[in-house]
Design a binder for this molecule. Structure first.
Ligand code: INI
Length: 156
Protein backbone atom coordinates (compact mmCIF):
# COMPACT_ATOMS: atom_id res chain seq x y z
CA UNK A 1 0.00 0.00 0.00
CA UNK A 2 1.27 3.42 -0.77
CA UNK A 3 -0.30 6.52 0.65
CA UNK A 4 -1.02 9.78 -1.12
CA UNK A 5 1.38 12.39 0.11
CA UNK A 6 0.70 16.09 -0.14
CA UNK A 7 3.67 18.33 0.43
CA UNK A 8 3.94 22.00 -0.27
CA UNK A 9 6.60 23.11 -2.65
CA UNK A 10 7.65 26.74 -2.94
CA UNK A 11 7.57 27.67 -6.64
CA UNK A 12 4.18 29.11 -7.52
CA UNK A 13 4.52 30.90 -10.86
CA UNK A 14 0.86 31.67 -11.45
CA UNK A 15 -0.01 32.48 -7.81
CA UNK A 16 -1.25 35.95 -6.87
CA UNK A 17 -0.16 37.36 -3.52
CA UNK A 18 -0.99 40.41 -1.45
CA UNK A 19 1.25 41.70 1.32
CA UNK A 20 -0.25 43.90 4.05
CA UNK A 21 2.38 46.02 5.80
CA UNK A 22 1.97 48.15 8.89
CA UNK A 23 3.44 51.67 9.01
CA UNK A 24 3.76 51.56 12.80
CA UNK A 25 7.38 50.64 13.58
CA UNK A 26 8.02 51.07 9.84
CA UNK A 27 11.76 50.76 10.32
CA UNK A 28 11.16 47.08 11.17
CA UNK A 29 8.12 46.46 8.97
CA UNK A 30 9.88 47.57 5.78
CA UNK A 31 12.64 45.01 6.46
CA UNK A 32 9.95 42.34 6.91
CA UNK A 33 8.48 43.44 3.57
CA UNK A 34 11.94 43.14 1.93
CA UNK A 35 12.19 39.57 3.28
CA UNK A 36 8.71 38.64 2.05
CA UNK A 37 9.33 40.06 -1.44
CA UNK A 38 12.69 38.31 -1.69
CA UNK A 39 11.15 34.91 -0.88
CA UNK A 40 8.18 35.40 -3.24
CA UNK A 41 10.48 36.34 -6.11
CA UNK A 42 13.50 34.07 -5.59
CA UNK A 43 11.88 30.96 -4.06
CA UNK A 44 8.31 31.31 -5.28
CA UNK A 45 9.41 32.57 -8.71
CA UNK A 46 6.39 34.89 -8.55
CA UNK A 47 6.32 37.71 -11.09
CA UNK A 48 6.25 41.26 -9.68
CA UNK A 49 2.94 42.00 -11.39
CA UNK A 50 1.37 39.15 -9.37
CA UNK A 51 2.25 40.90 -6.10
CA UNK A 52 0.24 43.72 -4.47
CA UNK A 53 1.59 45.60 -1.43
CA UNK A 54 -0.87 47.45 0.82
CA UNK A 55 0.22 49.72 3.67
CA UNK A 56 -1.99 50.22 6.75
CA UNK A 57 -1.53 52.41 9.87
CA UNK A 58 -0.88 49.72 12.49
CA UNK A 59 -1.21 46.05 13.38
CA UNK A 60 -4.80 46.50 14.54
CA UNK A 61 -5.79 47.50 10.99
CA UNK A 62 -4.10 44.52 9.32
CA UNK A 63 -6.93 41.91 9.69
CA UNK A 64 -9.65 44.08 8.10
CA UNK A 65 -7.55 44.78 5.02
CA UNK A 66 -6.62 41.09 4.83
CA UNK A 67 -10.33 40.25 4.90
CA UNK A 68 -11.07 42.63 2.00
CA UNK A 69 -8.17 41.22 -0.01
CA UNK A 70 -9.07 37.59 0.75
CA UNK A 71 -12.73 38.11 -0.12
CA UNK A 72 -11.89 39.93 -3.37
CA UNK A 73 -11.13 36.61 -5.03
CA UNK A 74 -8.04 38.19 -6.59
CA UNK A 75 -5.40 36.56 -4.37
CA UNK A 76 -4.30 33.02 -3.56
CA UNK A 77 -2.77 34.11 -0.26
CA UNK A 78 -2.23 37.18 1.87
CA UNK A 79 1.01 37.80 3.77
CA UNK A 80 1.28 40.19 6.70
CA UNK A 81 4.21 42.25 7.97
CA UNK A 82 3.86 44.09 11.26
CA UNK A 83 5.62 44.75 14.51
CA UNK A 84 4.16 45.14 17.98
CA UNK A 85 6.67 46.04 20.69
CA UNK A 86 5.78 45.85 24.37
CA UNK A 87 5.42 49.20 26.13
CA UNK A 88 4.57 49.94 29.70
CA UNK A 89 0.80 49.47 29.33
CA UNK A 90 -1.74 46.78 28.54
CA UNK A 91 -2.06 48.19 24.99
CA UNK A 92 0.59 45.72 23.74
CA UNK A 93 -1.57 42.72 24.66
CA UNK A 94 -4.65 44.25 23.03
CA UNK A 95 -2.92 45.05 19.73
CA UNK A 96 -0.93 41.79 19.55
CA UNK A 97 -3.81 39.50 20.52
CA UNK A 98 -6.49 41.17 18.43
CA UNK A 99 -4.26 41.20 15.38
CA UNK A 100 -3.35 37.49 15.67
CA UNK A 101 -6.95 36.51 16.38
CA UNK A 102 -8.15 38.54 13.38
CA UNK A 103 -5.70 36.87 11.01
CA UNK A 104 -6.87 33.40 12.06
CA UNK A 105 -10.52 34.42 11.70
CA UNK A 106 -9.95 35.74 8.18
CA UNK A 107 -8.06 32.61 7.14
CA UNK A 108 -10.80 30.29 8.36
CA UNK A 109 -13.78 32.33 7.17
CA UNK A 110 -12.39 33.11 3.71
CA UNK A 111 -10.48 29.90 3.03
CA UNK A 112 -7.61 32.06 1.77
CA UNK A 113 -4.39 31.58 3.73
CA UNK A 114 -3.35 34.68 5.65
CA UNK A 115 0.14 34.13 7.04
CA UNK A 116 1.43 35.81 10.15
CA UNK A 117 4.51 37.97 9.74
CA UNK A 118 3.59 40.21 12.66
CA UNK A 119 6.35 40.33 15.26
CA UNK A 120 5.34 40.62 18.90
CA UNK A 121 8.42 41.34 20.97
CA UNK A 122 9.40 42.69 24.37
CA UNK A 123 12.10 44.96 22.96
CA UNK A 124 13.16 46.78 19.81
CA UNK A 125 16.34 44.71 19.80
CA UNK A 126 14.34 41.45 19.61
CA UNK A 127 12.41 42.92 16.69
CA UNK A 128 15.62 43.93 14.86
CA UNK A 129 16.97 40.39 15.33
CA UNK A 130 13.86 38.96 13.64
CA UNK A 131 13.73 41.47 10.79
CA UNK A 132 16.67 40.35 8.73
CA UNK A 133 19.46 39.75 11.22
CA UNK A 134 20.51 36.94 13.52
CA UNK A 135 17.06 35.42 14.17
CA UNK A 136 16.01 35.45 10.52
CA UNK A 137 13.22 37.43 8.94
CA UNK A 138 9.61 36.89 10.01
CA UNK A 139 8.30 38.42 6.77
CA UNK A 140 10.31 35.91 4.74
CA UNK A 141 8.91 33.11 6.92
CA UNK A 142 5.36 34.31 6.33
CA UNK A 143 5.95 34.46 2.57
CA UNK A 144 7.39 30.94 2.56
CA UNK A 145 4.37 29.65 4.51
CA UNK A 146 2.04 31.36 2.01
CA UNK A 147 3.75 29.73 -0.98
CA UNK A 148 3.63 26.34 0.69
CA UNK A 149 -0.04 26.65 1.65
CA UNK A 150 -1.13 27.71 -1.83
CA UNK A 151 0.57 24.65 -3.27
CA UNK A 152 -0.84 22.33 -0.58
CA UNK A 153 -4.39 23.66 -1.04
CA UNK A 154 -4.16 23.20 -4.81
CA UNK A 155 -3.39 19.51 -4.27
CA UNK A 156 -6.28 18.82 -1.89
N1 INI B 1 0.54 49.26 16.26
C1 INI B 1 1.55 48.46 15.86
O1 INI B 1 1.57 48.01 14.71
N2 INI B 1 2.55 48.16 16.73
C2 INI B 1 2.57 48.64 18.01
O2 INI B 1 3.54 48.34 18.75
C3 INI B 1 1.52 49.48 18.43
N3 INI B 1 1.51 49.99 19.77
O3 INI B 1 2.33 49.59 20.59
O4 INI B 1 0.70 50.84 20.11
C4 INI B 1 0.48 49.78 17.50
N4 INI B 1 -0.54 50.59 17.86
C5 INI B 1 -1.39 51.21 16.88
C6 INI B 1 -2.59 50.36 16.48
O5 INI B 1 -2.20 49.21 15.73
C7 INI B 1 -3.58 51.15 15.63
O6 INI B 1 -2.99 51.52 14.42
C8 INI B 1 -4.10 52.40 16.33
O7 INI B 1 -4.60 52.07 17.60
C9 INI B 1 -5.22 53.05 15.50
O8 INI B 1 -6.33 52.19 15.35
Amino acid sequence: MSYKKIDGILPCHDGKFAIVVSRFNSFICERLLDGALDVLKRQGEVAEDHITVVHVPGAIEIPLVCKKLAESGNYDAVITCGCVIRGSTYHFEVVANECAKGLTQVTLSSGVPVTNGVLTTDTLDQAVQRAGSKMGNKGAEAASAALELVNVIRQI
